[in-house]
Every structure is written in C-alpha cells, then in structure tokens.
Design a protein around this ligand. Structure first.
Ligand code: PGA
Length: 244
C-alpha cells in the first residue's frame, strides 16, 4: 500500500484526478470503479475541468459503481445513480450505456447482484477502483464483519452508517437500511485501487488501517493484501497517527 499524504481535501482531489486522468489516457478501454459520498466530489469536479480543457475524454470509459441504496429509484435525488449523473456523468462525454450503477429497485435484487458481478467480469475487470472509507472502516457498503470472500450482495447498513448518511436526507427515518454493494472480493479483483481519505472524522480509521492488523472488523484492512493500492490522505486524516 503506497500512502500519499497531502495538505487538505483539495490536495487529495487534485492528486487523485491526476492519477485517474493518466490512467484514462493510457488505457485503450478504461474500466473504472466509481464511488459516491462527500469524498470523491472534489475529484469529480476536477475531472470535469480536465475534460472541459480537453485533457481527458470519457468516450471509451466504462464504469461500475460500488453501491446503491435499496428502494431508491434512479431519479430519486438521494440515489447514487442520481449523484453520479449530477456530479460527473452529465458533464463529461461518457455514454450512459457504458455506466452501471446497481439497480436498487430491481424486482429481483439477488439477480441484480449477479448481473452487476457478471457485467464487471464481461468488461474484462475493473482497471482502477476508487474508494472512500467509512469512519467504521467500511469500503463500499461492506460493514465490519463482512467476509473478505463476499461478492456483490444485498447488505444491511450499520446504525453508524445510517446516521452518517442521514445528513443527505430530510430525516434519519428516510435513510434506506439496505444497499446493493459490490463485495470485498469484487473490490479486491480490481487491478488498481485508489483509496481517498479526508478529515478528522476518518483519522481513527486511517490509524487502524495503517497500524492495525488485517481483519474483517476493519474491512479496508483487506487492501493491505492487494498488490496495487494507493491511499491519498490529508493532514486532518493523520491527526490520530500524528498524536502518537
Ligand atoms: P463519505 O463516505 O465520502 O461521504 O465520507 C465515505 C464512505 O462512507 O465510504
């Protein structure tokens, strides 16, 4: 695991954007694994800028999102499909036929999980998977205790995750309690992984990741078993490590 320390959120977004632009330009048919949440928003803004300046094109890009809430339609402003359209897809030349966000309202969710997995396989596999991390160490919606052998599945969200994500909803009761999430093995099958970590709220998770064991209690710790992971973390995320 290579760890790049940057000053702040903007520095993290800039570093991540330059890595992604390089990969998209280098690969003939890049397959990206994309994430939602506050963490990648700055990165997506920068990718849109790079696109507008003619430094990158998404014409040949395929993408797969990590997860989607169960029960939210694509056009629900809180769905991750909506987030991706608003924050990235609508502003670059990616074809919506080439993007796949799990369908959280599929009539057969088990089949939807299998379809997401199969579509990733059929694409030749994910070249670069983007990840954020939960304060509890989750990656995607794989909460602590999720087996490392998991594939795309329907998961129950931790109370702490529901609370953390309630900031986007009118009330905590509106936050879905389940999601479709790529599994840990699905994530680990990516050729390269970029993990972005910003803010003091993630400082304990970063400390446990860097200084702790590989354990299913901290899903992100599995990344230490992957040969090509870059962690980009800002000063605020280092506060627990720095205090030792
Ligand atoms: P955040 O979420 O980017 O909104 O902090 C990250 C995550 O929970 O994986």
């Amino acid at each position: 695991m290579e760890v790049i320390r940057v000053k702040d959120y903007d520095g993290m977004s800039e570093e991540a954007a330059s890595i992604l632009v390089e990969r998209i330009n280098r690969l003939d048919n890049p397959v990206l694994g994309l994430a939602t949440g506050s963490t990648p928003e700055g990165l997506y803004k920068r990718l849109i800028e790079e696109y507008k300046q003619g430094n990158v094109s998404f014409k040949n890009v395929k993408s797969f999102n990590l997860d989607e809430y169960v029960g939210l339609e694509k056009n629900d402003p809180n769905s991750y499909y909506y987030f991706m359209k608003e924050k990235l897809f609508d502003h670059v030349d990616i074809s919506l036929e080439n993007v796949r966000v799990p369908n959280g309202v599929a009539s057969d969710l088990q089949q939807e999980c299998k379809d997401h997995e199969a579509a990733i396989q059929a694409s030749g596999g994910i070249d670069v998977q983007l990840l954020g991390i939960g304060a509890n160490g989750h990656i995607g919606f794989n909460e602590p205790g999720t087996p490392f052998s998991s594939k795309t599945q329907v998961v129950d969200l931790d109370e702490s995750t529901i609370e953390a994500n309630s900031r986007f909803f009118d009330s905590i009761e509106d936050v879905p309690t389940q999601a479709v999430s790529m599994g840990i093995e699905t994530i680990m099958n990516s050729k390269e992984i970029l993990l972005l970590i910003s803010g003091a709220g993630k400082a304990e998770a970063l400390d446990r990741l860097i200084n702790g064991d590989v354990t299913e209690d901290l899903p992100a710790s599995v990344l230490k078993n992957h040969p090509n992971v870059t962690v980009i973390a800002d000063d605020a995320a280092f506060t627990v490590i720095d205090s030792k």
